[in-house]
Design a protein around this ligand. Structure first.
Ligand SMILES: Cc1ncc(COP(=O)(O)O)c(C=O)c1O
Length: 471
């Protein structure tokens, strides 16, 4: 990656001698990208009901829909896939996985699941339910959906800066501890089974500082509440702490992760992010009684406790991935390459959530398309335009994703964003240069874009399957 135009001080390591940060890997296996024309893509878009989740991935040039499970595995991980032991119970692959997890996250119980949302489903089936409230800095959509499915309420308590796309703050994912405290007193401590913190948060890939985690811990201790982390992007969060938080510049990333772990009582994890795997996840916790209840559900819905919903080979891929993801060279490249895209767009005047987060660049569709009202889904309109013009697939994070309430009514989301999530170790700098060029082109003609209306939608998680048409 060449240095980003206007690279922010947050992303340049003090240790760098050279300006150019190279991909810290070579490529020995490639996948072809099928080239398409704008006319072809307009047809595909109409067939897909203007929902990019409905596209055939072969019709996408640069797929930035998600960073989840889309990364490239290393030679070590592929070797682990070969080594995978498929014993039903007590597989050596399980023990290698368990060692890798507890080296960073020394919780008493580790419960493997097929992905993060399975861990959430099991946990909230045990601790959620009607009348319960689950506070978080920001709930991810599957977390919110699993909380609500249990009958409980999911409440976000993010700091004010985290709600404003253009405000610069080094730890914009921080929890508003005053709001958390007020919520606990207002709703009653007996109705709050757990406090969650998502690292990095799901409203921009913004990090949470260790100081903030300590402050949340203090609130939890005051009320005797457990603190859980949604730790999907824990290594990226730890890198930001190393770069930005006073006193951590010389700390190793694994030590920072262990410090985060020491402040928590449990975690849910999607191994599809910072375990660098294509599938997998886990739930880890210290509470013996909850663990027993969760394991009973695991056996019912996922599998035996030493494989969860996974094959032994998947456990091996995560074990190797966990050792790679905390390496400085990887994290420096990872965070810098996301910033390279974001800094170039900011420099070109394209409104983005700032500072640029860890795994994704978030375009601010509300600011770019002020002529499109929230209930005509500016984020969806922008995401469709990027696909039509350049074959780039992003993801609306706005009123389509968050605007439908459990009773079926609609409210505008707090922000109208398009997330361009960067798969790990997949795209090179020239792919990203192409993305920058396309977005600049679309932004230059933003006033020509029109809003969308929904013509068909399911009762929950509508962004995955709803169909749209242009207004
Ligand atoms: C912050 C966060 N939490 C939870 C999940 C759910 O994980 P999974 O997709 O593995 O079910 C995701 C997935 O994107 C996520 O980003």
């Amino acid at each position: 990656m060449a240095p980003g135009i206007g690279a922010s001080r947050y992303h340049r390591s003090r240790m760098d001698r050279w300006h150019t940060i190279i991909e810290p890997f070579r490529i020995k296996s490639v996948e072809p990208i099928r080239m398409t024309t704008a006319d072809e893509r307009a047809g595909k878009l109409a067939e897909a009901g203007h929902n990019l989740f409905n596209l055939h991935a072969d019709d996408v040039l640069i797929d930035l829909l998600t960073d989840s499970g889309t990364g490239a595995m290393s030679a070590e991980q592929w070797a682990g896939i070969q080594r995978g032991d498929e014993s039903y119970a007590g597989s050596p692959s399980w023990f290698r996985f368990l060692d890798a997890v507890t080296e960073l996250w020394p919780f008493r119980h580790v419960i493997p699941t097929h992905q993060g949302r399975a861990a959430e489903k099991i946990l909230f089936s045990v601790i959620g339910g009607a009348g319960k409230v689950i506070p978080s800095n920001t709930h991810f959509d599957t977390t919110r959906a699993n909380v609500e499915f249990s009958g409980a309420e999911a409440v976000d308590c993010i700091i004010g800066e985290g709600r404003s796309p253009s405000v610069i703050h080094p730890f914009k994912g921080n929890m508003d501890t005053k709001a958390l405290d007020a919520l606990i007193r207002q709703r009653g401590v007996e109705n709050i089974p757990v406090v969650f913190v998502t690292i990095t948060n799901s409203g921009g890939g913004q990090p949470v500082s260790l100081a903030n985690l300590r402050a949340v811990r203090e609130v939890c201790d005051r009320y005797g509440l457990p603190l859980f982390l949604d730790a999907c992007r824990f290594a990226e969060n730890a890198w930001f702490i190393k770069q930005r938080e006073e006193g951590y510049a010389d700390a190793s990333v694994p030590d920072i992760v262990r410090e985060m772990a020491a402040l928590a009582d449990g975690m849910t994890m999607s191994g599809k992010k910072d375990a660098l795997a294509n599938i997998g996840g886990w739930l880890a916790l210290n509470d013996d009684r909850w663990a027993e209840q969760c394991r009973n559900l695991l056996i019912l819905t996922e599998g035996f406790p030493t494989y969860g919903g996974l094959a032994g080979r998947d456990l091996e891929a995560m074990a190797a991935g966990l050792r790679e993801v905390v390496q400085d060279d990887y994290l420096r490249y990872r965070i810098r390459s996301t910033a390279y895209l974001g800094d170039a767009l900011v420099e070109a005047g394209v409104p983005c959530v700032q500072p640029i987060g860890g795994h994704a660049v978030y375009l601010d569709a509300a600011a770019l398309l002020p002529h499109i009202p929230a209930l005509e889904y500016p984020g969806q309109a922008l995401a469709c335009a990027l696909y039509r013009e350049g074959g780039i697939r992003g993801c609306e994070i706005g009123t389509v994703m968050f605007g439908m309430r459990p009773d079926g009514s609609e409210v505008p989301a707090a922000m109208e964003l398009v997330r361009l999530a960067i798969p790990r170790r997949v795209y090179t700098q020239s792919h990203i240069d192409y993305v920058i060029e396309v977005i600049r082109g679309v932004a230059a003609r933003a006033d020509e874009l029109r809003g969308m209306r929904i013509v068909d939608q399911p009762a929950a998680l509508r962004h995955f399957t709803a169909r749209f048409e242009p207004v």
